[in-house]
Design a protein around this ligand. Structure first.
Ligand code: PEP
Ligand code: MN
Length: 338
């Protein structure tokens, strides 16, 4: 529920409305930037009779927001959220943020080399999986805690904040201790216990879209994290399952501007998992940014043909360097740096 106040409503009237909300067993939620003109209401009561609120002095309108997400919606938070990851701001949008690194941390040498190369090319964040959600149990499962520490070391060595996946509620503490941005993978988008746990920390979270999740389910999943108090959430479109098998997934780029209409949270795009094919990553990275994405997440490997996971979609160092040059030219051409 959204209560719109008359612009001249005073503190007394606002407090009376908040009391009436409480009397209904509901919670008044602050709406950033519009505390005096709108009051958000959260609760779990099903149908709400608003007659005790509607006629109070100072109340202009009571709007029932029937979406499964509220804190995530623009109704409750009209201005863009800017999430800070280390010193990098995501959500402001211009110039866009590029996160890059291998699918998985495989060795100290591999992650150090990659960290140096992506930093030199202009990446702002270093990615690398340590806890890997692999389809089958007989493939490389990631270096787990050891990989996390190597990624942290590499990030520190080159001065880049790091992003890595967290798979279970019981490792949230460990990953939060070492990573700057905690990724929830597509397969865990609806792991509600994990989302709740991530809501209790204050480190930012990168929530990837489930491979068959609708936009509403995606935003409702983000709501779990915000509802626990962590508002530092970045969304990430990484392709969805469709009838098409020519690409690994189908990149649903239209949700980028759509999500910007529906939500105040930043949105990034992962063209690597979306396409599964190295040659498609640069064009789709640029398309995502032109479509309004606040950043892209790209897989890069020193020797993609030897990668333990996702080699076919990983860019070489030279390929990533070229892509960064193209993004730089786009940035100047479109005035994103102004
Ligand atoms: C990843 O980014 O390494 C990953 C596993 O991605 P997704 O969860 O989108 O498949
Ligand atoms: Mn991968």
């Amino acid at each position: 529920m959204l209560i719109v106040m008359h612009h001249k409503a005073g503190d007394k009237q606002i407090n009376a409305v908040k009391e009436a909300v409480k009397a209904l067993g509901l919670t008044a939620a602050p709406i950033p930037g519009s505390e005096r003109t709108a009051i958000g209401v959260l609760g779990n009561k099903g149908y709400v009779d608003d007659s005790t609120i509607r006629d109070l002095p100072g109340v202009q309108e009571v709007i029932h927001v029937s979406k499964p997400y509220k804190l995530v919606s623009r109704d409750f938070h009209p201005r863009n959220t800017i999430v800070k990851v280390g010193t990098v701001e995501i959500g402001e949008g211009r110039p866009p943020v590029v996160a890059a690194g291998p699918c998985a941390v495989e060795s100290e040498e591999q992650i150090m080399k990659t960290a140096r190369a992506v930093k030199k090319a202009g990446a702002m964040l270093l990615r690398g999986g340590a806890f890997k959600p692999r389809t089958g149990p007989h493939t490389f499962q990631g270096m787990r805690e050891e990989g996390l520490l190597l990624l942290e070391k590499a990030g520190k060595a080159v001065g880049l904040p790091i992003v890595t996946e967290v798979m279970s509620p019981d490792t949230v503490g460990l990953v939060a201790e070492h990573a700057d941005l905690l990724q929830v993978g597509a397969r865990n988008m609806q792991n509600f216990d994990l989302l709740r746990e991530l809501g209790k920390i204050r480190k930012p979270v990168l929530l990837k879209r489930g491979m068959s999740a609708t936009v509403e389910e995606f935003l409702a999943a983000a709501e779990y994290i915000l509802a626990e108090g962590n508002h530092n959430v970045i969304l990430c479109e990484r392709g969805i399952r469709t009838f098409e098998t020519a690409t690994r997934n189908t990149l649903d780029l239209a949700i980028v501007p759509l999500i910007k209409e529906l939500s105040h949270l930043p949105i990034m795009v992962d063209p690597s998992h979306a396409t599964g094919k190295r040659s498609l990553v640069p064009p789709m990275s640029k398309a995502a940014l032109v479509g309004g994405a606040h950043g892209v997440l790209v897989e890069v490997h020193p020797e993609p043909e030897k990668a333990l996971s996702d080699g076919p979609q990983s860019l070489t160092f030279a390929g990533f360097d070229r892509l960064m040059g193209e993004i730089d030219r786009l940035t100047v051409f479109l005035g994103w740096d102004e």
